[in-house]
Design a protein around this ligand. Structure first.
Ligand code: PEP
Ligand code: MG
Length: 580
């Protein structure tokens, strides 16, 4: 029966596919016995599934490049090891042979047995390993059924699940998953950011999806609007095809802008930098004429692995971005693990009562000088290969920036003594994403060469809305008078002091907000390359002087409705409506 569910569009794109439902946690498999003479065939069926999963993992591994190879590679290696683990496999054979269980039920029993062993462990890290077991067992279960089910010949599947980890996305895409729908999650999560980077349609917060969708249902997903149609009718299919045609037409039109300047109607040039981590992002950013990389999130090198990357590995990753951008600025942000970017190296504290307000970003770097110095050395060495800049996340105080400066200076002297070729000057910037840093900017700005406003976190901390909490999605928006006032102040102060200021949160990549940011005086945006051309198109449609003249009206807006009215007026050429 046709049903329409609405979530939030987290990564654009349209897909038509069969649902693959992945239930959270343990496998829901009923107890099932087989005949004595079916035992050997059942074991063989299981072993074939293991070979299929091993081959899939290997194929995925070979497709990985750049930061993604680091991020996802270790995770895959660990799962490949698990698949080779005699404890896991012999246990399964024994269950089928002695208990005469089906392979599915043996998987469930084995999963529960291993889970109880891990759950009893004291070490939080080892306890978390149960997720890996679940992942591997889930894949085996899917492989057992892929051959039985009537899904062959279907172009692809749409995964419907509770939540998805950033590290799984590449793997899922390589397996042919066309789109993902999650019941929880937020459009600002790191999974969402990565899905956009992979151009993989993603709808999050479709709360009813797991209850409504069954394995094998036909789904139409619109990752832009967040709409999901279960068992679509003729009209839905027509609308889907229409959206695909529009998407194609739009891509063609946008592509024509790749060599055009990001210039407003009245001739102001706006700089569009890219948020880029993977080799593909960097290549795309370069091809689309980005002014440089405005945000390289180095934590992607640290996630999903059990050992920290050493100086050499980091150096090579940063150097390749610097080389890839051929002399354009490359802004490497120092490590920002913690909060929703949990790592497995034991670096981020796992038992913090409130990790978003905990030891993350520069706080962690200053607490772990050894790790920080290694990273600074790697970045400084990369500065010999391009216009590298250093950006520091989660800055709250002037003292933090002064401490970072001292460490950079010391690392630079050391490297020069060792004979490394490093740039004479590596500009240093602070992320403005903690409200205190934004409010006290005049006291901080003297310590930096540039600033970059992280609106994802700034909004989270200013409005006290967890960026990953689906229930607060409506409230978590830059369209609040407090956010606009703070953005306006930060941009004004930076400009007055002659310091370049960019916005690098997701807001910068949403063309809806382009006129608003231009009105507040922003001249540098850092955004995912996937939306760069759209924002360029928006910039080219506005008259900057007109928008700036409307800034006062914007700042007088009392609520979200009034801000939306202003945006509507700006979009129809009004340049800002009077406040309500
Ligand atoms: C931000 O907070 O806006 C930002 C760009 O950093 P991240 O999303 O990595 O926290
Ligand atoms: Mg941030």
């Amino acid at each position: 029966m046709r049903q329409v569910l609405l979530g939030h569009g987290a990564s654009r794109g349209n897909a038509l596919g069969r649902a693959r439902v992945r239930l959270p946690h343990a496998l829901e498999v009923a107890e099932e016995h087989i005949a004595a003479d079916a035992v050997e065939a059942e074991i063989e069926r299981l072993h074939e599934a293991i070979v299929v999963v091993q081959a899939e993992m290997q194929a995925t591994r070979q497709r990985l490049h750049g930061a993604l190879a680091h991020e996802v590679g270790e995770f895959l290696d660990m799962h490949a090891l698990l698949l080779d683990d005699p404890e896991l496999l012999q246990g399964l054979d024994t269950l089928i042979r002695q208990g005469r269980y089906s392979a599915d039920y043996a998987l469930r029993l084995q999963r529960d047995r291993l889970a109880s062993v891990f759950e009893a462990m004291d070490d939080a890290y080892l306890r978390s390993r149960i997720d890996d077991i679940d992942h591997v067992i889930g894949r085996l279960h899917a492989a057992l059924h892929r051959r039985d089910a009537d899904l062959q010949g279907v172009a692809g599947e749409i995964l419907v699940t509770d939540n998805v980890a950033p590290s799984e996305l590449v793997q899922l895409q390589a397996q042919g998953v066309l789109a993902i729908v999650t019941a929880a999650g937020s459009t600002l999560s790191h999974s969402a950011i990565l899905a956009r980077s992979l151009h993989l349609p993603l709808v999050v917060g479709a709360a009813q999806a797991l209850q409504t969708v069954n394995d094998g249902d036909v789904l139409v997903v619109d990752g832009g609007s967040g709409q999901l149609v279960v068992e679509p009718g003729a009209d839905d299919l027509r609308a889907h095809r229409q959206r695909l045609r529009e998407e194609k037409r739009e891509r063609k039109q946008l592509y024509r802008l790749r060599r055009e300047p990001s210039r407003t109607l009245d001739g102001a040039d706006i700089k569009l930098y890219a948020n880029a981590e993977s080799r593909e992002d960097v290549a795309e950013a370069h091809a689309l004429g980005a002014a440089g990389v405005g945000l390289y999130r180095t934590e992607f090198l640290f996630l999903q692995r059990s050992e920290l990357p050493d100086e050499e590995e980091q150096f090579r990753a940063y150097r390749d971005v610097a080389i890839g951008m051929t002399g354009r600025a490359v802004t490497i942000r120092t490590l920002d693990v913690g909060a929703d970017k949990a790592d497995r190296t034991g670096l981020a504290l796992t038992n913090e009562p409130n990790p978003a307000l905990g030891v993350r970003g520069v706080r962690l770097s200053l607490a772990r000088r050894d790790v920080f110095e290694t990273q600074l050395r790697a970045i400084l060495r990369a500065s010999g290969y391009g216009a590298v800049r250093i950006l520091v996340p989660m800055v709250t105080t002037r003292e933090e920036m002064l401490a970072v400066k001292r460490l950079i200076q010391r690392a630079g002297e050391q490297l020069r003594r060792e004979g490394h070729e490093i740039a004479e000057r590596v500009p240093l910037g602070a992320m403005i994403e903690v409200p205190a840093a934004a409010i006290a900017l005049p006291s901080l700005i003297g310590t930096v060469d540039f600033i970059s406003i992280g609106t994802n976190d700034l909004v989270q901390y200013l409005l006290a809305t967890d960026r990953g909490n689906e229930a607060l999605a409506e409230l978590h928006t830059p369209m609040h008078p407090a956010v606009l006032r703070l953005l306006s102040d930060v941009i004004r102060i930076a400009r007055r002091r002659g310091k370049p200021v960019a916005v690098c949160g997701e807001m910068a990549g949403d063309p809806l907000f382009t006129p608003l940011l231009l009105a507040l005086g922003l001249e540098e945006f850092s955004l995912h390359p996937g939306t760069l051309l759209e924002v360029r198109r928006a910039i080219r449609a506005y008259d900057l002087a007109g928008l700036r003249a409307g800034a006062r009206a914007l700042l007088r807006a009392r609520d979200r409705d009034a801000i939306e009215d202003w945006l509507r007026a700006a979009n129809t050429g009004g340049g800002g409506a009077p406040p309500r």
